[in-house]
Design a protein around this ligand. Structure first.
Ligand code: FAD
Length: 347
């Protein structure tokens, strides 16, 4: 901290991106405060098994993994506030961040407020989340091997998810409320050409059916006739879009049309020097825990370098640019682990 009131770094958001940024920043002595939101842990709190995060050989439950992330950052001194930020003022430094009537100030800020998968908004969907209801085929398709599944949606994401699911499922039924699609013709053609995919149009999912806490099917309603039909299915993939959690920042940070924040290429810097962004809040392509964590690490390194440059010792920052020639000539030092490494500090 630079004085009693102004922090070096505040991280807004406590998902994989925010906690990884906190870990790196804490280890770089930036004493970060993570304002993690009442939804601390982020999107993985509503899933069960995560099997694609490297290092967890047997897989891990999403909430347990997020507790691990948080505890690891805490171990190095990161502090947490489990409240939602209500407004930000990035117009001058130190930046001001409000949580209700309380104001926090920081020399640098990382925004990692993630995104929210849109839901259908029916009770049975909520009850069966992580028990057959999913919002991410890349994450969960593997659990639906040899099962029939339903995908809801009519855009490119829905087509992509349906096609991906055919690698595992025996049958994929795409349910869409209209008979024309937002999906691009090429994606639609690909889905239509796939013999495992069937389409039910002009229909909505009215209820997710379950037995013993697992999805067993969906009840769909034909919008023309009002008739309902039960489709047996082991899983329901809701692919009706994501919304970035960026309402607070839209007037101050550059963003694209759907509201995802824009960062400079190869960096996490936003249009405001000292404000960085990481994770799903900037990413509408990959949307994975590991990519969010990766950009969280980048944001902490970028913030550290920014603060070090301001203090006139950029070369000492962990993310200082490597000078290739010097690196090549530098004698190898033996690190505390006993392994040979370059003389540069390791993160
Ligand atoms: C059901 C489901 C299953 C998934 N399964 C997998 C999987 O198996 N493997 C995988 O790699 N990925 C999976 N994903 C994707 C993965 O969860 C996301 O890519 C990842 O969580 C993004 O991390 P993030 O830190 O950017 O954002 P998020 O996880 O969205 O976290 C955002 C954080 O910001 C906080 N926040 C939001 N607004 C505010 C505010 N105003 N003030 C303070 N804090 C705020 C929230 O409380 C939350 O803590 C899954 C996603 C879903 C929805």
């Amino acid at each position: 901290m630079t004085d009693n009131d102004t922090r070096d770094l505040i991280i807004i958001g406590g998902g994989p991106a925010g906690y990884t940024a906190a870990l790196y920043a804490a280890r770089a002595n930036l004493h970060p405060l993570v304002i993690e939101g009442v939804g601390w842990g982020g999107q993985l709190m509503i899933t069960s098994d995560v099997e694609n995060y490297p290092g967890y050989v047997e897989g891990i439950l999403g909430p347990e993994m997020m507790r691990d992330f948080r505890t690891q950052a805490e171990r190095f001194g990161a502090e947490f506030l489990t409240e939602d930020v209500t407004s930000v003022d990035f117009s001058e430094r130190p930046f001001r961040i409000s949580v209700g009537d309380d104001e926090y100030r920081a020399r640098a800020v990382i925004v990692s407020t993630g995104a929210s998968a849109r839901q259908l908004g029916i009770d049975s969907e909520r009850e069966l989340q992580g028990k057959g209801v999913s919002y991410c085929a890349v994450c969960d398709a593997f659990f639906f091997r040899d099962k029939e599944v339903v995908v809801v949606g009519g855009g490119d994401s829905a087509m992509e998810e349906a096609i991906f699911l055919t690698k595992f499922a025996t049958k994929v039924t795409v349910v869409h409320r209209r008979d024309d699609f937002r999906a691009s013709p090429i994606m639609l053609d690909r889905a239509r050409a796939n013999e495992k995919i069937e389409f039910v149009t002009n229909a909505v999912v009215e209820e997710v059916l379950g037995e013993e806490g697992r999805v067993t099917g969906v009840r769909i309603r034909d919008l023309n006739t009002g008739e309902t039909t039960d489709l047996p299915a082991g899983g329901l993939f809701v692919a009706v879009g994501h919304d970035p959690n960026t309402k607070l920042f839209l007037e101050q940070l550059e963003h694209d049309e759907p509201g995802y924040l824009i960062t400079q290429q190869g960096s996490t810097a936003t249009n405001i020097p000292g404000v960085f962004a990481a994770g799903d809040v900037v990413d509408h392509v990959y949307r994975q825990a590991v990519t969010a964590a990766g950009t969280g690490a980048m944001a902490a390194l970028d913030a550290e370098r920014f603060l070090a440059a301001e203090e006139g010792h950029e070369a000492a920052a962990l993310a200082a640019p490597r000078i290739e020639a010097e690196e090549a000539e530098a004698p190898l030092a033996v690190t505390s682990s006993g392994r040979a490494g370059s003389a540069r500090a390791s993160v």
